[in-house]
Design a protein around this ligand. Structure first.
Ligand SMILES: *[C@@H]1O[C@H](CO)[C@@H](O)[C@H](O)[C@H]1NC(C)=O
Length: 273
C-alpha cells in the first residue's frame, strides 16, 4: 500500500515537472480506446491510458453501443476494482459521451454492465493540474442544456469525399444549441475553419475565419442559433466538397426530472407565502 502511494506520488511529480518544462498549452480530446472505442476488449484500458498525460481541461470521448453499455463514473478505487456501480458519481449513456476532466486526481470509469466491467471495461485516469496552464471554464454542459454529439461525416470523418456528401449529411439532421460537432481527420492534410458568412462559404474563402481547429479531433460546441459554416483551408479541398453548413435551432426544451419539478414547486410555494 505505502509503496504504491509513494510510486504514484513519484510518477505525479515526474509528470508534473515534465509538463511544466514542456509548457504545453491547449486542451486535448482523447477518444477512449482509440478505434476500439469503449467496450470489453482483449487489451486493457490501462495500457491505453498509461502512456498518456491527462490535464485539467482535457476531454474523454466514450464511443460505445448504448444497448449494452454506459459510462459510469465511480468515486474510488474500490468501486472501480469491484465493478460496483451502485453509487456512481455520474452516469453517461448517449453512446457518444464527452467527459471533460475538470479536477485533478484519479478518475474512475466503468461500465455498469457487470459482466462487461469484469472483462476489462474499466478505465482509471490520473489528471494533472499544471499551474502554468490557464484553468478552463466549467464544462459547457453546466451552462448549456445537455446536447447531442454528432461525428461529422459519421464513419467517413472529415475529408474530401464528394461534392455534396457533407451537404446531405447535415441536411438530414436537426441541430440544436448545446449540440456539438466532432471533426476527425488527419491533421497533416486538413484542418477545420469556422467562417462567418454565405459568401465566404460559397467561394471557399479561408482568409478571415472565426475559429481555426487543427488537432485532428476537434470538438466544436454549437453555442448560438443560426447558420454555422465550416471549411478546410487546404487548397482545393473545400472546392472539392469539404465544406459543411449547419443550421442550428434554439436549445431543445430540457426535460425536467421529478426532483427538479419538486424543487420548482417548492420555490413557487415559498413565493406565495
Ligand atoms: C451486458 O453485456 C452483455 C455482453 O457482454 C450483454 O449480452 C447483456 O445484454 C448486457 N446487459 C445489459 C443489462 O445491458
Amino acid at each position: 500500500m505505502a509503496i504504491t502511494t509513494t510510486v504514484k506520488k513519484m510518477i505525479l511529480f515526474v509528470i508534473t515537472t515534465l509538463t511544466v518544462l514542456m509548457g504545453t498549452s491547449s486542451a486535448t480530446i482523447y477518444k477512449v480506446g482509440d478505434s476500439d472505442g469503449w467496450t470489453a476488449k482483449e487489451d486493457t484500458y490501462y495500457s491505453w491510458a498509461y502512456p498518456k498525460e491527462f490535464h485539467v481541461g482535457d476531454s474523454l470521448v466514450f464511443d460505445y453501443d448504448r444497448n449494452i453499455n454506459d459510462v459510469t463514473q465511480v468515486l474510488g478505487a474500490l468501486e472501480y476494482h469491484f465493478c460496483d456501480s451502485s453509487s456512481p458519481k455520474a452516469v453517461y449513456k448517449t453512446g457518444q459521451d464527452v467527459v471533460t476532466l475538470t479536477e485533478p486526481g484519479f478518475h474512475y470509469f466503468i461500465s455498469s454492465n457487470h459482466s462487461q466491467c469484469s472483462s476489462g471495461q474499466k478505465l482509471d485516469v490520473l489528471v494533472i493540474h499544471d499551474p502554468s496552464r490557464p484553468v478552463p471554464p466549467p464544462p459547457p454542459s453546466k451552462i448549456l442544456p445537455f446536447g447531442k454529439m454528432y461525428k461529422v461525416g459519421d464513419s467517413k470523418g472529415w475529408k474530401v469525399y464528394n461534392s455534396d456528401f457533407y451537404y446531405k449529411w447535415s441536411e438530414e439532421k436537426l441541430f440544436h444549441v448545446g449540440d456539438s460537432l466532432l471533426f476527425e481527420y488527419a491533421n497533416e492534410v486538413n484542418d477545420v475553419l469556422e467562417i462567418s458568412g454565405d459568401l465566404e462559404f460559397k467561394f471557399c474563402d479561408p482568409t478571415s475565419p472565426i475559429a481555426v481547429h487543427k488537432t485532428g479531433q476537434d470538438l466544436v460546441k454549437l453555442t448560438k442559433p443560426g447558420v454555422h459554416y465550416f471549411i478546410s483551408s487546404e487548397p482545393g479541398h473545400c472546392e472539392a466538397g469539404l465544406k459543411l453548413r449547419v443550421v442550428v435551432a434554439p436549445a431543445a426544451v430540457p426535460k425536467f426530472s421529478p426532483i427538479d419539478r419538486f424543487i420548482s414547486w417548492l420555490r413557487t410555494f415559498r413565493h406565495h407565502h
